[in-house]
Structure formats: structure tokens, C-alpha cells
Design a protein. Structure first.
Length: 76
């Protein structure tokens, strides 16, 4: 497997946790949404599982050291 694939897999687990946390806090803190929490929380779980790989695919290549080279404006 390629390094970007490994990074995407591991980053997607962390992104999943962040997306789920943001969704769960939103559902539970808004009173109108909290009334339907038993339906909305499973929806947040599914949406976070679906969205996480796509977001992680955007983040993973940036984690490689070669993509974070310091660019000196005086050298150009």
C-alpha cells in the first residue's frame, strides 16, 4: 500500500471522531434538536463515517514532510 493510503486510514479515524463530536454537541445543545436526539444521533454517526474518508483524503497528503518544505521568499 502507498504511504498516502496509510495516512488516509489513520487520519480518517481522527477526523471521524471530530465530526461526530461536533455533530453530537450540536444535536445535544440545541433544544429543538435534542427532542429528536434518538433519531439524530445515529444520523450523526452515519454521516461522520461517510464524510471522514473524504476529508481525510484532503488532509493526508499535507502530512508528508516533502509537502511542508519551508519556502524562503529571498531565494526565489
Amino acid at each position: 500500500m502507498k504511504t498516502d493510503t496509510y495516512l488516509t486510514f489513520f487520519v480518517s479515524m481522527m477526523v471521524n471522531a471530530v465530526i461526530f463530536g461536533a455533530g453530537a454537541i450540536t444535536v445535544l445543545s440545541v433544544p429543538a434538536l435534542a427532542e429528536n436526539a434518538k433519531y439524530l444521533l445515529p444520523l450523526v454517526v452515519v454521516l461522520s463515517l461517510v464524510a471522514a474518508p473524504f476529508v481525510a483524503r484532503l488532509i493526508a497528503p499535507r502530512m508528508r514532510l516533502r509537502n511542508w518544505r519551508r519556502r524562503d521568499p529571498m531565494k526565489s
